[in-house]
Design a protein around this ligand. Structure first.
Ligand code: 5GP
Length: 212
C-alpha cells in the first residue's frame, strides 16, 4: 500500500564540499531519484567550462548583471568564491517551496551561513568530505577541465573549505557515490517526516480518528 500524501512545507537541502569531493555527482543522482527535489541554478560571473550549459549548470552573467541582481535583492544569498561571484536567485526557490516541493543547493559555507541566518527551520545542511587527501587530489586532476594553476589553487583552498565541516547538520564521507546518495536520500526522507514540516498532519489525524 502506498503512503498517503500529507501536505508539508518544502525544505531546503544544502550540499557543500571542497571542489572534487563528488558533490556534483551526488546531486545529479539525487535529482534523478527524487521527483520532488528541484535544483537551484546559481548565477555566477565565472567563465563557463566547456561541458557546462548556460541556464542548466549556472546562469553565466557579467559583473554588471550580478550587481543589478544584488541591488534588486534578487539573491537569497551571494558570495565570492575563488575570485568569482556566485548567487542563488530567490524567485525559483520561493516558487518551489510554496508548492511544498524541496530545493537542492550546491553552495559554499558562506552562502549556507546566510540562508541559515534567515531560514534555519527550513534548512538541512550536509557537508560532503572526500575519503582521503590523495583521493581528493586524484579527482581534481581527473577532471582536466581546469588549468593546472586552477587545480593547484583549489587544492590549496580545499583545506580552508573543509574547516567549515562542523557548521553542518550532517557530514557524509564520499568513498562510494551510490552509498553517499543512499545516505543523503535517507536524510531527506527523515527530514521530510519531521512533525513540524508535515503541516497537513492535524487534518490527517482528525480524519483517522473521526467518529472514534
Ligand atoms: P564551481 O565554480 O566549481 O562550480 O563552484 C565553486 C564553489 O562555488 C563551490 O563550492 C560551489 O558550491 C560554490 N557555489 C556555487 N554556486 C553558489 C552560490 O550560488 N552561492 C554560493 N555561496 N556558493 C556557490
Amino acid at each position: 500500500m502506498t503512503e498517503p500524501s500529507i501536505v508539508r512545507r518544502g525544505l531546503m537541502l544544502v550540499l557543500s564540499s571542497p571542489s572534487g569531493a563528488g558533490k556534483t555527482t551526488i546531486s545529479r543522482k539525487l535529482l534523478d531519484l527524487e521527483p520532488d527535489l528541484v535544483m537551484s541554478v546559481s548565477a555566477t560571473t565565472r567563465p563557463r567550462r566547456p561541458s557546462e550549459v548556460d541556464g542548466v549548470d549556472y546562469r553565466f552573467i557579467d559583473d554588471v548583471a550580478f550587481d543589478e541582481m544584488v541591488k534588486r535583492d534578487a539573491f537569497l544569498e551571494h558570495a565570492e568564491v575563488f575570485g568569482h561571484r556566485y548567487g542563488t536567485p530567490r524567485a525559483l526557490v520561493e516558487q518551489v517551496l510554496g508548492k511544498g516541493r524541496d530545493m537542492l543547493f550546491d553552495i559554499d559555507w558562506q552562502g549556507t551561513r546566510q540562508i541559515a541566518a534567515r531560514m534555519r527551520d527550513d534548512l538541512i545542511t550536509v557537508f560532503v568530505l572526500p575519503p582521503s587527501k590523495a583521493e581528493l587530489e586524484r579527482r581534481l586532476r581527473a577532471r582536466q577541465q581546469d588549468s593546472d594553476a586552477v587545480v593547484q589553487g583549489r587544492m590549496a583552498k580545499a583545506n580552508a573549505e573543509m574547516a567549515h565541516w562542523d557548521e553542518y547538520d550532517y557530514v557524509v564521507v564520499n568513498a562510494d557515490v551510490q552509498d553517499s546518495v543512499a545516505t543523503v536520500r535517507a536524510i531527506l526522507a527523515a527530514e521530510r517526516r519531521r512533525r513540524v514540516r508535515q503541516t497537513g498532519l492535524a487534518g490527517f489525524v482528525a480524519r483517522l480518528t473521526d467518529g472514534a
